[in-house]
Design a protein around this ligand. Structure first.
Ligand code: ADP
Ligand code: MG
Ligand code: MG
Length: 851
């Protein structure tokens, strides 16, 4: 027979999968002798058995519950439903991963018209007993019978007012009796059944209701956000009740063993005297800070402080603890690892090491790398109370304030006038990149965490909110609506990219700073790490920032971003549109000094740190105007028979754009294919690089350049491009009389390159796995189409476990990376390898194949 039910003294903290987090910790606290009201846990396996049996509780499980209940009755000396000495219990959900408030809890179960009388005489407190009863009816009806709590609140208010009371504590036992009668009528009317008086029926209905709450809407949404799998199920804890609402010697509260927002090692929490359960969170009465408990109940306070210390030492981490005091006796109802801000996470981890509770290595694992992002960006002052207008996906952390604009060109224009703007678009395309660069932040109403805007913004360290669907953007009238609120072009908004929240107006910000603890933690990380980390940077400012934050060099300097500058784009277009070789040469000659200056500045900043420069990668049409827009212009000019010269120019441009247009740009004329058919572009770039290097070296600085050829699929491509770079290098070095060491390598971003890496390694000094494109080419998905059209459904239907553009697909793409590294090292044992792409920033175990 399978065991589905465990008494609290049968389990321990390692059994979270089976008992849920709450159950496992209740068992653990019981085991180490803390004052936990006794009870038992119905396992997550029971939850899954319930779902397998099409939401019927198997008899076997029912029997085990009754047996456990019997033990609980013996242990407490009370009996469920016994009018003279009733056992009352709470029914509490508890999943493997903590999902605060997502599922349901029922308190005071076991109360009915008979037991309430027994309670009243046992406690000599009828007021308390009837209050508990009405609470039970309300909670049970809400959770199990799905009667909206509103009806109960409304009735309570009516009765309270009719009696002339301001607050609940003024209600007498007789008043509560009246409320109870009314509550039962509400149940009859809205649940179309009588309130169940039988405690066993109450119990089983509650258990299955908690199982059902695993699949309520908010739990599903929460799991999706937190990437918690849906098959885990929840456990249910049945626990004998203790009462914080028995008078002024009772109370209930919540505390953290350290401050969860700063990390300060000081008890942090609040409590309410004469209150039960959710009253603290519900905000009806304002709770007291935990320190005042010292005056109000000195003995309890001392015992509680000791207990907190025991729990923190036992779990070796900051705990979030729920407690109740019943007539001067302390009970612990829950403990779990406390959620905390990034700042607190760091301080706590470092201080736990100093207190010799955990090791340095453990401290590193205690800080969520994704959370660290919060600390590297300007953020909204936490002490400020936010008035949130809209909420989208927290696509790129950081906070920003600016005037709303709806157009990338306008964003750029205003930014040049030193205005701070926030670009708001339904979505962004590569055409908007200059707007994203110019704006303080970007907001889109469509698209996910890996949409174009999100990826670009994260790449640039700019705040961004995506998929903010409540925004009704009207581009024509240059405004957006959220409900009744209209925000027009030029209005000031503030966004928080770490939470996805948008507020109207200006809000106080704080600049990022690396705390002492953070810097210390980074030195510990350096001692442990097996991978080096380099930054993405295309300009000297970013390069400088990268060095400040401890990057070992630049891993990817994208030369196309240098082309995107609004002053350069016309020259780049000239180069692309050139009909003759001479015309193209002429444009390239204009670009050369610009590129050279960019490189020079970057090399000067980076000096002895390596810089990997990638030669031009995107297809040329990305630098040209949009085809549809051009078509509209041409047609308008044709109809109005206006400026014929302009018309001719535009028609010619349209012809070119059509020529370069690609059905599938992802697989099109880009990367080294571009270098193969337009060697003059790569030659110009190589010239710019070598002249820049020479200038810097002549100033007496050391440089470590690495030149990277993108999108190689066949060794012959690399061979030819490498030769081209080498010949330019030799030419410049001879001309300038300076010798420079450099590496030439390639990006591995198509499967064929990975599969023939042994051949490619013959021509390469290093490999950089471009896993964004490698994911596209391995799956055969175009990223934008996949994310916009079907990927979400794939994940929901469990075709794919996660978004492969966010978390590296180890089984497929990972296998190619592994193969690529192995084959490459077969040819060149010391081959340098790296990963380049967003997966590198993800804390998934992408480094498996790199070691
Ligand atoms: P959540 O997971 O939403 O925090 P809990 O199961 O922890 O829900 O229950 C919420 C609150 O109900 C607890 O913090 C506690 O105050 C109260 N509660 C739960 N069980 C008991 C009990 N056996 N005795 C007294 N209060 C309880
Ligand atoms: Mg709780
Ligand atoms: Mg690529």
């Amino acid at each position: 027979m399978n065991k589905f039910v465990y008494m609290f003294d049968e389990g321990h903290s390692k059994q979270k999968e089976l008992l849920g987090g709450k159950g496992a910790n209740l068992a653990e606290m019981t085991r180490i002798g803390l004052p936990v009201p006794y009870g038992f846990t119905i396992s997550t396996e029971a939850c899954n058995a319930y779902y397998s049996a099409k939401k019927e509780l198997p008899t076997e499980i029912e029997l085990q519950i009754l047996e456990a209940l019997h033990s609980l009755e013996e242990h407490t000396g009370k009996k469920l439903g016994d009018p003279t000495n009733p056992l009352l219990v709470s029914v509490r959900s508890g999943a493997v991963h903590s999902m605060p408030g997502m599922m349901d809890t029922v308190l005071n179960l076991g109360m009915n018209d008979e037991t309430v009388k027994g309670m009243a005489s046992l406690t000599n407190n009828p007021r308390f007993s009837y209050d508990s009863y009405r609470r039970f009816i309300q909670m049970f009806s809400d959770v199990v019978l799905k009667v909206d709590g509103f009806y109960f609140e409304q009735l309570l208010e009516e009765i309270r007012e009719a009696k002339g009371y301001q607050t609940d504590p003024e209600m007498k036992a007789e008043d509560w009796k009246e409320v109870i009668l009314g509550y039962k009528e509400i149940v009859k009317k809205h649940a179309k059944r009588n309130f169940p008086e039988d405690p066993f029926e109450q119990l089983f209905l509650s258990v299955t209701a908690v199982f059902d709450s695993w699949n309520n809407q908010r739990a599903i949404v929460y799991r999706r956000l937190q990437k918690i799998p849906g098959h885990l199920g929840t456990a249910v804890n049945i626990q004998s009740m203790v009462f914080g609402n028995m008078g002024n010697d009772s109370g209930t509260g919540v505390a953290f063993t350290r401050n969860p927002s700063t990390g300060e090692s000081k008890l942090y929490g609040e409590y309410l005297i004469n209150a039960q359960g959710e009253d603290v969170v519900a905000g009806i009465r304002t709770p007291q800070p935990i320190v005042t408990l010292k005056q109000e109940m000195p003995n309890v306070y001392e015992q509680f402080v000791n207990t907190c210390q025991i729990l923190e030492n036992h779990y070796q981490d900051m705990q979030d603890i729920e407690f109740t005091v019943e007539r001067g006796d302390l009970f612990i109802l829950q403990t779990r690892t406390g959620k905390r801000t990034a700042e607190a996470a760091i301080r706590i981890a470092v201080e736990l090491v100093n207190e010799q509770i955990i090791s340095k290595k453990e401290a590193l694992l205690r800080v969520d790398p994704e959370q660290l992002n919060q600390l590297l960006h300007r953020r909204i002052d936490d002490s400020f109370k936010r008035n949130v207008l809209a909420k989208g996906l927290p696509a790129s952390p950081g906070a920003a304030t600016g005037r709303v604009v709806f157009d990338a060109d306008e964003a750029e224009r205003l930014a040049k006038e030193n205005q701070k703007v926030i670009l708001v678009r339904p979505e962004t395309t590569p055409d908007d990149i200059h707007g994203i660069v110019a704006a303080e932040a970007t907001v889109t109403s469509r698209g996910g965490m890996t949409s174009h805007a999100a990826v670009v913004a994260r790449g640039m360290g700019k705040a961004c909110i995506c998929g903010c669907e409540v925004l009704k953007i009207d581009l024509k009238s240059q405004q957006f609506k959220v409900g009744e609120t209209i925000v027009r072009k030029g209005d000031v908004i503030t966004i928080d990219g770490s939470t996805g929240e948008m507020m109207v107006g200006d809000i106080p910000m704080i600049e990022p700073k690396l705390s002492k603890e953070f810097q210390l933690l980074l030195t510990w990380a350096d001692a442990e790490r097996k991978l080096g980390v380099r930054a993405n940077a295309d300009n000297p400012e970013d390069a400088k920032k990268a060095l400040d934050f401890g990057a070992g060099g630049i891993g990817l300097c994208r030369t196309e971003h240098m082309f995107m500058d609004s002053k350069r784009i016309p020259i780049v277009q000239e180069m692309i549109l050139a009909d003759t070789f001479e015309e193209r040469e002429e444009a390239l000659q204009k670009l050369l000094p610009m590129q050279q200056k960019d490189f020079e500045e970057i090399f000067e900043v980076m000096q002895e740190h390596p810089v990997t420069i990638r030669l031009l990668d995107p297809p040329l049409h990305e630098f040209l105007p949009n085809k549809e827009e051009l078509l509209v212009d041409v047609t308008t000019l044709q109809i109005t028979e206006g400026n014929t010269e302009e018309l001719k120019k535009k028609e010619e441009l349209l012809r070119k754009v059509r020529l370069l247009d690609e059905a599938n740009p992802m697989l099109g004329h880009r990367g080294c294919r571009l270098g193969m058919s337009h060697p003059e572009i790569y030659m110009m770039q190589a010239k710019a690089i070598f002249h820049a290097l020479t200038n810097v070296v002549e100033k007496g600085m050391v440089v470590k350049p690495e030149i990277m050829i993108p999108l190689v699929g066949h060794v012959n491509e690399l061979k030819q491009m490498r030769q081209l770079v080498i010949s330019i290098g030799e030419q410049v070095m001879e001309e300038r009389g300076t010798k420079i060491d450099y590496l030439i390598g390639t990006m591995i971003e198509v499967p064929r390159a990975a599969l023939t890496a042994d051949q490619i390694a013959e021509e390469a000094d290093f490999f950089s796995f471009g896993t964004n494109d490698l994911t596209q080419t391995t799956f055969g998905y175009s990223r934008d189409d996949a994310e916009g059209k079907f990927l979400q459904a794939y994940i929901e239907n469990k075709i794919l476990p996660v978004n492969p553009f966010a978390t590296l697909d180890q089984e497929g793409v990972g296998k190619l990376v592994e193969t690529g590294v192995k084959l490459g090292r077969k040819t060149k044992p010391a081959l340098k390898t790296g990963i380049c792409g967003e997966h590198g920033a993800n804390n998934s175990p992408f480094n498996f194949a790199m070691k």
